[in-house]
Ligand binder design. Sequence first.
Ligand code: GLY
Length: 360
Amino acid sequence: MLFNMKKSISRRSFFDQTIGISAGALILPSLKGMTFNGSGLKPMIISSHTNDTGKNAMETGWEILSKGGSAVDAVEKAANVIEADPEDTSVGLGGLPNEDGVVQLDSSFMDGKTYSAGAVACLENIMHPSSVARLVMQHTDHVLLVGAGALSFAKAWGFKEENLLTEKARKIWLRWKEDLSPDDDWGVPEHLQNLKSGTSYWKDFPDIEHHYGTTNVIAIDINGDIAGCTTTSGLSFKLNGRVGDSPIIGAGLYVDNEVGAAGATGRGEDVIKSCASYYIVFRMKEGRTPQQACEDAMLMIADRYRKVNPDYLPSEKFVAISKSGETGCAMMKGTNKPAMSVRTEKGYLKQEGNIVFPDK
Ligand code: GLY
């Protein structure tokens, strides 16, 4: 079944299709004055990434959306910009490796119009896991490919293998390895460790960069169709084969044209167990705003852990968008308000969300 389908959509036509995104955009008439799905919708694109690369990614996505391109295309091309940044240690090229020094990438893609989804996990040597996830979504009847199978699939579509471990990431990994001793184990789950609010195991190693960093990109196109992507190198120095929330549909990403979409960054283990992105979209369907729904998800996670460890605060950040373009963003840890990138016809905006305080 898979191979029959692949034959009917050759790799040649795949690359033609990709090139066609911009060519197609050129022959569209000006969109000025068009109505947007009759409901005041305008195209827009958001991301959890707010640095310069995140802003560039939003401009890349906007370029596609503003010419009438699809949310799926805009999201993929925007995510590709972030994945290609060698300075960013949380995603794609330059992402921090696993404990063996190997960069293993996770990504998911979802199309809210067709409810199609695709994902890859533990993908090595391919800079753009989001593009591979999109192909899983559009050209297979599967949702998730992992490891060697994901790599074979990517190569079959013409992706070239390359070394993703930059010198910067390798040095950070080496510094982490220096502190390992033969007595170390992997510890108990983080939410059961004796952590005081806002502190962590890593406080003893201020010079070692580490994180659960991830990127969410979500867009609404001129037709009101919504698509999203989550892409990451995952938890720094993770066990070989560890899969986080990012490639798990419903955890790191969920998209529903009838409601909106949500994405997660932060400790994937929390997000998987709470099906957080699905929960946020579900809450929006029940009438909550994206901001309220993100805060609901934070409180839901904290409330569960409070029963076993009152000192633990989840480290996640959630972003969400409703089908009418309202946005929300929340986290529980941190001194600064969480922020997200938003690009609309009014330009680029770094929009603040809320820090959520756990119920006492
Ligand atoms: N949220 C990314 C990860 O935990 O892998």
